[in-house]
Design a protein around this ligand. Structure first.
Ligand code: MSP
Length: 534
């Protein structure tokens, strides 16, 4: 892979409504973005990774009211909770933005005035189905039979003065954006959905303020209104890197290289957001990637198939509970391996435990443990010399192992760039499996008994140490805490800046004294799971 020297890479997560704590679905999304950010850093990019909380949602003020606290108090506490869960998950973000921050509010005001002065914001009348006691508008689909989905009371049609953003003016530029930049929204089928379901039908102007809501950012020069939450929220991608407050930083990082979002919020990110930026005369993000949902099998008799994991469906699993039981890397590995990032997939603790035993304890953990134990036992803990000659002269078994390592270097970078994390892990595991086979075929314990095989034993152990070193590189975006342990056992520091060199065969230094540690993934006692191999 060609390394681009210190090119910048700005990647974002959506910002989360802090009315509920993060669940395994949120973890799936944010871990995927963390894997990508870590990969980009490894590949030599200067990365900025932004995440945060979307604090001005109406539901936030409702939850605060129910809890008898102010919305300010609730969002402060919940933002702390998100940060704490992100820490436990090992999320390597550079900045956590909160939309209650003064710098964000200032940026929103500046952007609003900009777009207003451009003539794309106008005062009109918003009409909708409103529930007086709940102080909420509902759409016709949400409010079946004209009653409030929350309290069951009859809704009334309400009109209020409101500001609108002239989205319809951007119909043609947005069609052009989709036509001329087929990679603007990935995967492809999501782009087709947007074109078919929204662009073809024709875009309507969007209401971007409310007078019936008081929790939010006041509209500049008309503070009876607050800015509607999506208009406020999307701007975090600008204010998070200094829009309106730090022009140097903003100039460096904007436009974003990638927004990763769930499939439910693609519309806001690929229609409203680019139109807002076009109106303000700012460059567009280079790409939006939509991922699928973590689902759970419903206990409901009548339910057809799995349903989305969400607080409102009452089926959430807390990442912290799983991490306490299995460790953070088991959860990170499971989510990235089991569920294709672009599609949906079911979460099940049983499947996680089985993968833990099979992939992490038996395959990876066992490989590292036996490699280091044999180096300790047979050659006094010092990594022996590897092959001196060219690959063509190596024995077949060594050529095969080397070829698998080369294949990983060939295929994994492209899979990572496509956010095909499960495919990348599958490819990396071919090296884990090949190295375990190499142990079985070369039987170092047999070589160790024969003084005539001293050199061969050394080469076999070198090749195994080298496989573990390469795995510590390729797996570091996925399971960084484990790869940190592998590297420290192999007496390696952080990977150096030259990725191409780090990731090619031969980086292990003969003569290095290793430090064998505890098993990386102690086996779980699971009924119905076969015991570990050798
Ligand atoms: N606040 C808005 C986003 C504003 S971005 C400018 C929002 N917040 S959210 O908290 O409802 O959702 C945040 C993200 O979590 C979304 O991308 C959503 O798709 C994702 N997920 C919520 N439940 C999920 C799963 N069960 N599985 C995967 N992702 C999930 O929307």
């Amino acid at each position: 892979m060609t390394r681009v020297s210190r090119e910048k890479y700005y990647v974002t997560t959506p910002i989360y409504y802090p009315n509920a704590e993060p669940h395994v679905g949120s973890a799936f999304e944010v871990v995927g973005i963390d894997v990508l950010a870590r990969w980009k850093r490894l590949a030599g990019y200067d990365v900025f990774f932004l995440t945060g909380t979307d604090e001005h949602a109406e539901k936030v003020s409702k939850v605060a009211k129910e809890a008898g606290v102010t919305p300010e108090h609730l969002v402060e506490e919940m933002a702390g909770k998100f940060q704490q869960v992100w820490r436990v998950l090992g999320i390597s973000y550079d900045r956590f933005i909160r939309t209650e921050e003064e710098v964000h509010k200032r940026g929103v005001a500046r952007f609003w005035r900009n777009v207003r002065d451009k003539g794309d914001i106008y005062l009109g009348t918003y009409e909708g189905l409103y529930c007086m006691p709940c102080e909420s508008y509902w759409t016709a689909t949400q409010a079946k039979a004209g009653v409030c989905p929350e309290c069951g009371r009859t809704l009334q049609t309400l009109r209020e003065p409101a500001y609108f953003f002239a989205l319809s003016r951007y119909q043609e530029p947005l069609e052009r954006l989709f036509r001329e930049n087929p990679d603007f929204l990935l995967p492809d089928f999501r782009r087709h959905e947007m074109e078919e379901n929204f662009l073809r039908a024709g875009l309507e102007d969007v209401c971007i303020s409310r007078t019936t809501i008081h929790w939010g950012i006041a509209v500049p020069d008309d503070p009876k209104h607050v800015v509607y939450v999506w208009f406020d929220a999307l701007l975090n991608y600008l204010t998070g890197v200094g829009y309106g407050t730090d022009e140097e930083s903003f100039g460096k990082w904007w436009p974003a290289d990638l927004h990763v979002v769930g499939k439910d919020i693609v519309r806001f990110h690929t229609l409203l957001w680019p139109a807002m930026l076009m109106s303000a005369g700012l460059p567009l993000p280079k790409r939006v990637f939509a991922h699928g949902f973590v689902q759970v099998l419903s206990d409901d008799e009548g339910a057809e198939g799995p349903v989305k994991m969400s607080k409102s469906l009452g089926n959430i699993v807390r990442p912290g509970d799983i991490i306490d039981k299995y460790g953070v890397d088991a959860l990170r590995y499971f989510l990235m391996k089991e569920i294709t990032y672009a599609g949906d997939g079911a979460y099940s603790e049983r499947n996680l435990a089985v993968r833990y035993n099979n992939d992490l304890a038996n395959d990876l953990g066992n490989l590292v443990l036996r490699t280091l134990s044999m180096i300790e036992r047979y050659v006094g803990g010092r990594i022996p010399a590897g092959h001196a000659g060219a690959v063509v002269d190596w024995p077949d078994a060594d050529k095969v192992l080397h070829a698998v390592a080369e294949e990983v270097a060939e295929t994994v970078p492209a899979l990572m760039e496509e956010l095909n994390f499960s495919g990348a892990l599958e490819a990396i595991w071919s090296l884990v499996r090949a190295a375990n086979r190499y142990v079985e075929e070369n039987r170092p314990w047999g070589l160790a008994k024969d003084p005539a095989e001293r050199t061969r034993l050394g080469v076999v152990l070198y090749n195994l140490a080298e496989s573990c070193r390469l795995l510590s590189i390729w797996l570091s975006p996925f399971i960084p805490s484990t790869t940190g342990k592998i590297r420290s056992q192999l007496a390696l520091g952080e990977p150096g800046a030259d990725f191409a060199r780090e990731a090619s065969w031969g980086g292990t230094k003969s003569g290095t004294m290793i430090r064998k540690g505890e098993p990386l993934f102690p086996r779980l006692d699971l009924p119905g799971c076969p015991p570990a191999g050798r």
